[in-house]
Ligand binder design. Structure first.
Ligand code: ATP
Length: 221
């Protein structure tokens, strides 16, 4: 059991997860080891503020698929925090709330390289980056660029690309860049494949249980 006094390292991975795919799951498993995390939460958004034109699949289905995909992993869970609010929510507000829920723990917010590229479009983006630690994960086709952020943000970037063993994190909130996961897959491709009846060829891309769930509930048709 984890001691109540030792600050825990807890990661939150925000996204739409429509559906969760093997890239997402691989990120969770890899970061648990690389950063010596105690717990990893998927944090499905009710409706992502940066995707205003798309209507995601019901949060119930997205939550169910995430839960099925992670049921065997004791350190990986799914948080209902954003779904419970039942409206579009900014990461700034969610991270502020998480800090009050876990005042004695260290929070790592996880995002992929495409989210990092678009970070300046986020509400109060510089404050978001200051609130907690962040882990930015490489994604094939997206460069981990620096040119778009301010000097203050740049100074807090810790480049751990190439590291495969558990790294020692620094005492103050930082922004870690890692390339420990390389998974060329997107939820958009999965949805397109289902629409084209290709899902059974794609079980390397979504966990088996998720493929079965998609078929059973006839999602993405
Ligand atoms: P969509 O194709 O619908 O936009 P997606 O595959 O990008 O979906 P999201 O649920 O939007 O998945 O992503 C949640 C988070 O996971 C984002 O921070 C995104 O950058 C990251 N992510 C998704 N897929 C990958 C991947 N293959 N490699 C690295 N990061 C990823």
């Amino acid at each position: 059991m984890i001691s109540a006094h030792r600050p825990r390292n807890i990661a939150f991975f925000g996204g739409t997860f429509d559906p969760v795919h093997c890239g997402h799951v691989s990120i969770a498993k890899t970061l648990l080891g690389l950063f010596g995390l105690d717990k990893f939460f998927f944090l499905p958004a009710f409706h992502a503020p940066h995707k205003p034109d798309s209507k995601p699949t019901s949060g119930y289905h997205r939550f169910a698929m995430l839960s099925l995909a992670t049921v065997e992993e004791s350190k990986i869970s799914v948080s209902t925090l954003e779904l419970d609010h039942a409206k579009t929510r900014y990461s700034f507000d969610t991270l502020t709330e998480l800090k009050t829920i876990y005042p004695n723990d260290r929070i790592f917010f996880v995002m992929g390289a495409d989210s990092w590229r678009d970070i300046r479009t986020w509400h109060r983006w510089e404050d978001v980056l200051l609130l907690t630690d962040h882990i930015v994960v490489s994604r094939p086709g997206y460069e981990l660029a620096l040119g778009h952020v301010t000097e203050g943000v740049m100074e807090r970037i810790v480049d751990v690309r190439g590291e495969k063993e558990t790294i020692s994190t620094l005492p103050r909130p930082q922004i870690y860049f890692t390339d420990a996961v390389q998974f060329d897959i997107s939820a958009t491709e999965i949805r397109e494949d289902v629409r084209n009846d290709d899902i059974l060829d794609r079980t390397d891309d979504v966990p088996d249980v998720v493929a079965k769930y998609i078929e059973k509930y006839e999602l993405y048709r």
